[in-house]
Design a protein around this ligand. Structure first.
Ligand SMILES: Cc1cc2nc3c(=O)[nH]c(=O)nc-3n(C[C@H](O)[C@H](O)[C@H](O)COP(=O)(O)OP(=O)(O)OC[C@H]3O[C@@H](n4cnc5c(N)ncnc54)[C@H](O)[C@@H]3O)c2cc1C
Length: 293
């Protein structure tokens, strides 16, 4: 496995922003991951694993870590009885396709989540009433302290949250599904995709929901819309005119632009509603939002 230097993360995030990783590797086996973790530990470097970068803001001036992007066997999907075994780097779309072909339902919600299995576990990704915690049987995690299988409860999965920390690599997950007619699965996915297209900017570069929904009668999107933020632009980043909880790369955006928009959105939501919005998007490279005053 080659360890590369200076790989620009902009090529690995759906927003299309982010500077170079200090080191970058594409492990294809669990042994590769263990080797990469050892390599980083010998150099005192942090490790972060990325999936399809669909929920990721990486610092413009780079990320001082070994960044892993799982490939090969660690991105494969195998049907196994009434479930599937998927590598942490497997795209949800591939896992869903395999499940449908095998007549296995329960993962349809993931058609809305353009990430990987590992990213879905980390975020406990969910949509349309489904979420990863409902379908996960167990998850294999490799870290410098060793490897093991964990249940969703042991991983602390809750609303868009797990207790996983950087340096813990989700290499495989077993999903428990149930028999369903492939034609019905296809129809459900078509219907969910149509709903998604009507409500969200699906043909723009974004990173999905910016903020988690607060405990409030308004969702984050409705709240930011009511703050008059739709179409608000800083640099090349713009609050989506279609859905205010999305930030679009309107051309030449930098991570700093997106971060500045997020700070402004939080400030206004706090001012108008007294709500402290918490970001759903993950940060890499020491990014921070200014405190609310
Ligand atoms: C248009 C659009 C719509 C979206 N809609 C939804 C939605 O409806 N519901 C939803 O939940 N999300 C949604 N998202 C957000 C995103 O797709 C999910 O959060 C997804 O689970 C992230 O997966 P990823 O592979 O892209 O992870 P990344 O964005 O690459 O990483 C996210 C986090 O997971 C960690 N990570 C990734 N892979 C691993 C691994 N193998 N081991 C350990 N850590 C890992 C990363 O370090 C990072 O902290 C949407 C995004 C977009 C762009």
């Amino acid at each position: 496995m080659t360890i590369e230097e200076g790989v620009e993360l902009a090529g690995f995030t759906t927003l299309g922003t982010g500077g170079p990783a200090r080191a970058f590797a594409r492990p294809e086996t669990e042994a590769d991951v263990e080797g990469a973790l050892r390599w980083a530990s010998e150099r005192g470097l942090a490790v972060a694993t990325i999936g399809l970068g669909s929920n990721l803001l990486a610092a413009d001036d780079g990320v001082d870590a070994l960044v892993l992007r799982l490939a090969g066997r660690l991105a494969a999907v195998v049907v196994d009885g009434d479930g599937i075994r998927a590598g942490g780097g497997a795209a949800n779309a591939v896992a869903l396709h395999r499940a449908r072909a095998a007549g296995l339902g329960g993962f349809e919600f993931a058609c809305a989540i353009p990430g990987t299995i590992g990213g879905g576990v980390w975020m406990n990704g969910g949509a349309y009433g489904g979420e990863f915690s409902q379908v996960l049987e167990r998850v294999r995690v490799v870290s410098a302290d060793g490897s093991g299988w964990f249940t969703p409860t042991e991983l602390g999965l809750s609303y868009r949250h797990s207790d996983l920390r950087h340096g813990q690599v989700v290499v495989e997950a077993e999903l428990r599904l149930h028999p369903r007619d492939p034609a019905e699965i296809k129809a459900t996915v078509r219907e969910l995709n149509a709903q998604r297209k009507a409500a969200q900017p699906t043909n723009r570069r974004t990173f999905g929901s910016v903020f988690k929904n607060p405990e409030h009668e308004l969702s984050a999107g409705r709240m930011l819309e009511a703050c008059g933020l739709k179409g608000h632009r800083i640099g090349g980043a713009e609050i989506s005119p279609k859905h205010a909880n999305f930030i679009e790369n309107a051309g030449g955006a930098r991570t700093a632009d997106a971060l500045a928009l997020m700070a402004e959105a939080r400030r206004r939501a706090h001012e108008q509603y007294g709500v402290e919005l918490r970001h759903e998007v993950e940060f890499l490279g020491g990014l921070e939002l200014p405190p609310l005053t």
